[in-house]
Design a protein around this ligand. Structure first.
Ligand code: FAD
Length: 483
């Protein structure tokens, strides 16, 4: 029997795993797909929200503000890049002044520091490229940006370093109450555990409803985006929102920590939890609203489009804590935005509750520090020469757009909870995330995956499951040498 099973390897599950790994506990994390960070945590707006948006008194407001304050420490310990670039909520109409004031008051009530309303002059001084009809804005000085998948990997790696066992392709299919705990049936085997934590994102309703009569429903709410080339990285400095609507925070334009610009998202409730298509209508909507903020969006410089599905709960709230009728079953369900921002605080809250109930003691040897994969593209010439002298694979550039070397790709596979697919490498190194969208680097990445994992090219996938690249060999092995 293990002490705790965590279901789901998104940012919340991995943050919970790391928090619990501070204690003398036997912990297993079960993830349905071939990799961590494959759900909401890979496809979102990547903003560390200030906390002005959620209604006062809600869990969303509380954990947003608490989580925001934890980012400096967490990112320093885990070597994750983040930036306090500020957020701006822009209005385009003098009549919206009262709404901006109300948003500011709401933020103050939530405990958000440093909010102010700025007029035309200040707004244009800060953002010279903002649309001509922008009128005034709420300035949110504690707004920031982070790489969501790098944060998730960092939580996972650090948790694994501190003893958490990760099981992938381990979809949980049933949970039953047994004496002293829970029996959890998964595609990677059956486990018994004293406590279970539900961090299953879009499927957190399915997991909760397996054990509790306090049923919840998660509706996938799709958000579609464009990504614009890095050469426009200086166009905007802040994350620029428009006044929010009841469906969400509206369409925004925001820099990313990697230098691209994100435009989106839409907010559309759909039926299918796997439908991550982008649509003509959705993308047209993105451009229509975003062009208020950025009048001349450079259409020839979109790198790609994508969509993410928010886990919108029918309670319109995070469902956190022990289920009322299922002792030692804990939920982090319906964690939609601002869930990325809130994740460190949610993890701390749940870990405290669970360890208290288990009577677990802190370990002496917990190591909070983790180092990211050294990035060749960020090194000085001297650092590059040194890296190559230690590891000649640093001299082999595999992804030309993002300057990612073979050394980085091999390390991404070899790390704890390492990459197993081409997308796994992409999210750990940025190989394939640049202008050519993996047109150049995929064949070599595929070869490296085969070498490192000792698998055949026919087994390499884009993102696990049936997403294989190759169906069969055109020639039998050796034939091509004679041909
Ligand atoms: C479009 C969009 C924009 C957003 N923008 C922001 C933002 O700017 N800032 C912010 O703070 N938040 C934002 N969010 C919210 C944030 O992304 C989420 O709150 C956060 O990623 C939730 O993490 P999670 O771990 O709960 O869920 P997920 O990342 O979805 O992880 C759940 C995991 O559970 C696994 N799983 C599911 N079922 C099972 C099962 N039966 N067995 C085992 N594993 C299972 C899944 O495969 C998945 O890996 C946004 C979300 C979206 C979709």
């Amino acid at each position: 029997m293990v002490d705790v099973i965590i279901i789901g390897g998104g940012v919340v599950g991995c943050a919970v795993a790391r928090e619990l790994s501070r204690y003398s506990l036997n912990i297993a994390l079960l993830e349905k797909t071939d990799d961590i960070s494959n759900g909401q945590s890979k496809a979102n707006t990547a903003i560390i929200h200030g906390g002005y948006d959620a209604h006062p008194g809600t869990q969303k407001a509380k954990f947003n503000v608490l989580g925001n304050k934890m980012y400096d420490k967490v990112c320093e310990e885990l070597d994750v890049p983040h930036k306090w670039n500020t957020s701006l909520v822009v209005s385009f109409n003098p009549e919206d002044h009262e709404s901006l004031v109300a948003l500011k008051e709401q933020g103050i009530e939530n405990g958000v520091p440093g909010l102010s309303i700025i007029g035309q002059d200040e707004l244009r001084k800060r953002e010279p490229n903002i649309g001509s009809t922008a009128y005034e804005a709420l300035l949110v000085t504690n707004g920031g940006i982070v790489c969501p998948y790098e944060l998730t990997q960092a939580f996972a790696e650090n948790a694994a370093m501190n003893g958490v066992n990760f099981y992938r392709e381990a979809e949980v299919t049933a949970i039953e109450k047994v004496k002293d705990g829970w029996k959890v049936t998964s595609k990677a085997g059956t486990f018994t555990a004293k406590a279970v934590v539900n961090c299953a994102g879009l499927y957190s309703d399915v997991i909760n409803n397996m054990v509790s009569e306090d049923k919840i429903t998660i509706v996938p709410r799709r958000g579609e985006y464009y990504i614009v080339d890095k050469k426009f990285s200086d166009t905007f400095h802040a994350s620029i929102f428009q006044l929010p609507t009841k469906m969400g925070k509206g369409i925004l334009v925001t820099p990313t920590v990697d230098g691209t610009i994100l435009i989106g998202p839409t907010a559309e409730d759909i039926d299918d939890k796997t439908d991550t298509r982008t649509t003509t209508e959705g993308l047209a909507k993105v451009l229509k609203y975003a062009s208020l903020t950025w009048e001349h969006i450079p259409a020839r410089n979109y790198i790609t489009t994508f969509s993410g599905l928010r886990a919108h709960c029918n309670k319109n709230e995070f469902v956190l804590g022990e289920a009322p009728d299922a002792p030692m079953f804990f939920n982090a369900a319906g964690v939609e935005s601002p869930g990325l921002t809130s994740s460190p605080a949610i993890a701390e809250y749940l870990a405290e509750m669970i360890t208290d109930k288990l009577g677990a003691k802190k370990k002496d040897n917990f190591n909070p520090m983790r180092k990211g994969i050294p990035k060749f593209r960020e090194m000085t010439d001297e650092e590059r020469a040194k890296a190559i002298s230690i590891n000649p694979d640093y001299a082999k550039v595999v992804c030309r757009c993002e300057t990612v070397t073979e050394a980085e790709i091999r390390e991404a596979i070899r790390r704890p909870v390492g990459a197993r697919s081409v997308d796994g490498i992409k999210r750990r190194t940025r190989a394939g995330m640049g202008r050519c969208q993996a047109g150049f680097c995929t064949p070599r990445t595929l070869e490296i995956l085969c070498e490192e994992l000792h698998i055949s090219p026919l087994e390499v996938s884009k993102f696990g499951g049936n997403s294989k690249y190759l169906e069969s060999y055109l020639f039998e092995k050796g034939d091509h040498e004679d041909a």
